[in-house]
Design a protein around this ligand. Structure first.
Ligand code: C5P
Length: 301
């Protein structure tokens, strides 16, 4: 193999809709969700050189536990059998513990970029298996765009791109632990009784048909439990709604919230008014944009 360097963008996701059905024998929960990639991203510099196998990471932020980037890189080295030293430089822009998939997208970016740098290829179905073993959101980031997620969230069905809109994230200074959020839902082994076609399925069907009414049936099952512990989040969602966002929802298990606005001026007006949390404008990324914008210039801009 040749020495090489590459800079990639790792984009965040929101869950346009998210239902948690029931507890599975493996300890995870069955979900129904609609994932969507957005323009907010981390920047990862990757440098590889031949030599003894080593993986190092430098970052502007302290990351607790063993970083998913390092675990993804070790998995790629094991899969390809290449002996190389891999160094990462992570510029973290996606807040951690926000429900935006920050750790998962970094890992997926490594799974997508590193094999090529090492002069190897790993077929997508195998990358999906490796991603699933590392975390439930990672397979989605191997696909990007708009996609339905079932099972653990790892069974993916790519969907037509969700129509535009002007996005606003609000990032309150609240950290929600994902395992705690799942536990607080207290789901049993049987799915809760509900309509034959769930709200997320209704939203997905409308979205796929290009019917703008999809925004009206988006839900997030974590909201009531998380809002009960952090009333600020309910207040922020109301502020997004009264500023004209539809949908306005929490993403994942929180604590970030998003709103989609029909006009840019409306979005910018809301961003100026919401001061109790950091507002970050964003755009939805189609699957094609997700692929094309992944490779950044060495400065990451
Ligand atoms: O797969 P990941 O490491 O992202 O999951 C973090 C935690 O979230 C799991 O350990 C589990 O407690 C919970 N989880 C779940 N059901 C899912 C996804 C995650 O219970 N479908």
């Amino acid at each position: 193999m040749q020495p090489g360097v590459l800079t990639v963008r790792a984009f965040a996701k929101i869950n346009l809709s998210l239902e948690v059905l029931n507890k599975r024998p493996d300890g995870f929960h069955n979900l129904r969700t609609i994932f969507q990639t957005i323009s907010l991203h981390d920047v990862i510099g990757i440098a590889v050189s031949p030599g003894e196998q080593a993986v190092t990471l430098e970052s502007d932020l302290e990351i607790p536990g063993e970083n998913l980037i390092v675990r993804a890189a070790r998995a790629v080295l094991a899969e390809t059998g290449v002996s190389a030293s891999v160094h990462f430089r992570l510029e973290k822009r996606i807040p951690m513990g926000g429900g935006l998939g920050g750790g998962s997208t970094d890992a997926a970016a490594v799974l997508l970029a590193l094999p090529g740098l090492l002069g190897c290829a790993i077929p997508l179905p195998r990358l999906m298996e490796i991603g699933t073993a590392l975390g439930s959101d990672i397979p989605f980031f191997l696909v990007g765009g708009t996609a339905a997620g079932l099972g653990r969230g790892t069974e993916l069905y790519p969907m037509p791109d969700a129509a535009g809109g002007f996005g606003l994230l609000v990032l309150p200074d609240v950290h929600v632990s994902t395992p705690d959020a799942f536990r607080s839902l207290n789901r049993g082994e049987a799915p809760p009784p509900g309509p034959q076609v769930s709200l997320t399925e209704q939203a997905g069907l409308a979205l796929a048909a290009g019917d703008p009414s999809w925004v009206g049936t988006c839900v997030n099952d974590f909201e009531s439990a998380v809002f009960a512990r952090h009333p600020l989040l309910a207040d922020l969602r109301s502020q997004l709604e009264s500023a004209g966002a539809s949908p306005a929802r929490m993403t994942g298990s929180g604590a970030a919230l998003f709103g989609l606005f029909p006009a840019e001026a409306q979005r910018d007006h809301a961003a100026a008014r919401i001061t109790a949390a950091r507002p970050v404008p964003f755009e939805l990324l189609t699957r094609q944009e997700y692929r094309q914008r992944r490779f950044a210039s060495p400065t990451g801009q």
